[in-house]
Write a protein that binds this ligand. Structure first.
Ligand code: SME
Length: 151
């Protein structure tokens, strides 16, 4: 099963209409995403809770690390640089945080609110190598902008 991003965007828009609480929005987005694609083995948000510090937010999958500093891991790199990180092989990424030994590849996107403040990152991990491509960055990014970037 492969995600259809435009359809998913519509579903998420319908489910989150009128909701502004970031954790309620994150919980709904991860649930819809996680069950939409077989590549997604761990799907979750890390939230910026202090300068340079990410804390676990809503997620689906096995146990995730609770705290990730901006200078660590793929999530930290996305938060620090504000750029989408696509890692085809986590073993080749220096500083990757191995929360699950089954993770082979991942994509992490920064998440901003309507004021351009960094809320956190969306982390999608796969047990398949080279699972993610630019189309995922675009599809996921569009959903994040639609949900968290609206005023
Ligand atoms: N993808 C992360 C770590 C895995 S999570 O804690 C589920 C990273 O290296 O940033």
């Amino acid at each position: 099963m492969r995600v259809d991003y435009p359809t998913l965007a519509k579903t998420v828009a319908a489910l989150t209409a009128g909701e502004h609480d970031p954790v309620a929005l994150m919980a709904t987005v991860v649930c819809e995403l996680h069950h939409a694609d077989d590549r997604f083995d761990w799907t979750g948000f890390y939230r910026v809770v202090a300068p340079g510090v990410l804390k676990i937010g809503p997620y689906q999958g096995g146990h995730g690390c609770l705290t990730i500093p901006f200078d660590r891991g793929v999530c930290g790199a996305a938060a620090r640089t504000g750029k989408v990180q696509i890692v085809a092989d986590v073993e080749a990424f220096a500083g990757h945080i191995a929360c699950s030994s089954t993770t082979r590849s991942e994509i992490v996107l920064p998440v901003w609110d309507a004021d351009g403040q960094l809320l956190g990152v969306l982390d999608v991990d796969s047990d398949r190598p080279e699972a993610f491509e630019q189309a995922d960055a675009e599809g996921l990014g569009a959903i994040l902008r639609q949900v968290f970037g609206r005023a």
